[in-house]
Design a protein around this ligand. Structure first.
Ligand code: KG4
Ligand code: ZN
Length: 396
């Protein structure tokens, strides 16, 4: 079957066409088309992502991404029956809040017709609601024109699944598995006793890990998103063997639970800087001190979670999983002195940050929850605070 997947939860507009042969989790997948537009340059001017700006950019780029993904997949142009006035009105109704997208969708349909897509997977949360709604309403309009079902997807579940994806298959996971999810909006530990079952066992009490990287980068005068910038400076500090700029606290490291806190670490960096003017050397050293501390806290909590739950596998997911120092620290958990039998899964660097391949995988996992246009009118909605634990898959 062919799945069209749509991701618009934050600042990436992404659409993929993924073929799945067989059932989840044993299917063979082929990514036929994968289009992604990053709004990063637009948001850099503001130092962060504003939902209204993200929404505007998704509206401007989602149809070009659709054409790109379908073009990559070399899908034949479909039969294009002339639409009735009622059908045109319905498309405009579905996209009433995404001005101009209704016209774009209708003109796309007039020239491309109905491609041989079997289902549409779309992120319904968590994320920025105005941004999520663009993807959801777009999915509904396409599903209506193509008469295919839509499956709402949890963004964080997408991060988990893509981390065990080798390009064609999902790894044969041994359970219990623990996922450490580290992104711009979330930092959580998830226990999986089997596929499609998630229990949140640890969360951040304040900032997410990625958010802390972004905020510290801003304090150092580095552009958004800060994660890669901090890593770049930290790597230079290591090569140059710079001495520590400061000693940072490791918040909650001995708290006895699996929760995190990154706000204190961020504040400690602010105090360390105070009103000093930092030299480039200071910045590199501080970036390294911060990265080492953040990685140490994440690794320590994951270690405790593995011990507590007897985990056989660990999965690192989310944008911060692109961080090389974190990847090495998590990989080394399977060393002979720690957990020699532990299987460690890391996402490919290119699929660690937001993308739509991960949404296709999560959509395939929940195909049974797919709803036809006659059923999804009010059921599929954006949920900015969607929690993987409270997901409503079971009840759909
Ligand atoms: O998963 P993601 O792409 O978007 C959300 O769902 O939030 O994660 C984005 C976050 C940003 O905070 C970004 O700074 C961080 O991932 N990030 C990194 C690295 N690459 C991206 N953090 C640390 N090191 C990196 N190399
Ligand atoms: Zn994400």
């Amino acid at each position: 079957m062919l799945i069209l997947s749509i991701e618009t939860s934050c600042d990436e507009t992404a659409i993929s066409v993924v073929e799945a042969v067989g059932d989840f989790p044993n299917a063979t997948y082929s990514v036929l088309g994968n289009a992604l537009f990053s709004q990063i340059e637009i948001h850099q001017a503001f130092g962060g992502v504003y939902p209204a700006v993200a929404k505007r950019e998704h509206i401007a780029t989602i149809v070009p991404m659709l054409k790109h993904a379908l073009g990559d997949a070399s899908l034949e142009k479909g039969f294009t029956p002339a639409l009735t006035d009622e059908e045109r009105t319905k498309v405009h109704e579905l996209l009433a809040r995404e001005h101009s997208l209704g016209d774009q969708v209708l003109s796309f349909h007039a020239s491309f017709g109905r491609p041989p897509i079997d289902a549409i997977a779309v992120t319904s949360g968590p994320g920025l609601e105005p941004a999520l709604w663009v993807g959801i309403n777009f999915a509904k309009a396409l599903a209506y024109l193509w008469n295919v079902p839509v499956v709402p997807v949890d963004h964080m579940e997408g991060h988990i699944l893509v981390s065990v994806f080798d390009g064609h298959h999902l790894a044969p996971l041994t359970f219990p598995a623990i996922a450490l999810l580290v992104s711009g909006g979330h930092t959580e530990l998830i226990l999986m006793n089997t596929w499609n079952e998630y229990e949140k066992i640890g969360v951040t009490r304040d900032d997410a890990a990625g958010e802390a990287f972004d905020k510290v980068a801003r304090m150092l005068g580095l552009p958004y998103p800060g994660g890669p910038e901090i890593s770049r400076l930290a790597a230079l500090a290591r090569t140059e063997k710079l001495p520590a700029f400061t000693t940072l606290p490791k918040p909650m490291i001995h708290s006895g639970d699996l929760d995190f806190s990154f706000s204190g670490l961020k504040t400690a960096v602010r105090y360390a800087i105070a009103d000093r003017v930092l030299s480039d050397t200071n910045k590199k050293a501080l970036a390294r001190d911060f990265e080492d501390t953040a990685v140490a806290v994440l690794t320590q909590k994951l270690k405790t979670a593995i011990e507590t739950h007897g985990a056989q596998s660990v999965i690192l997911g989310g944008g911060v999983a692109a961080n090389q120092v974190l990847r090495e620290a998590i990989s080394s958990l399977s060393s002979p002195l720690l957990f020699p039998h532990l299987a460690v899964y890391l996402p490919s660097i290119s699929l660690a940050t937001d993308n739509s391949v991960m949404i296709a995988l999560a959509g395939h996992a929940h195909l049974k929850a797919a709803l036809l246009p006659s059923q999804f009118a009010t059921t599929i909605k954006a949920d900015g605070n969607k929690s993987i634990q409270n997901s409503t898959w079971a009840s759909l």
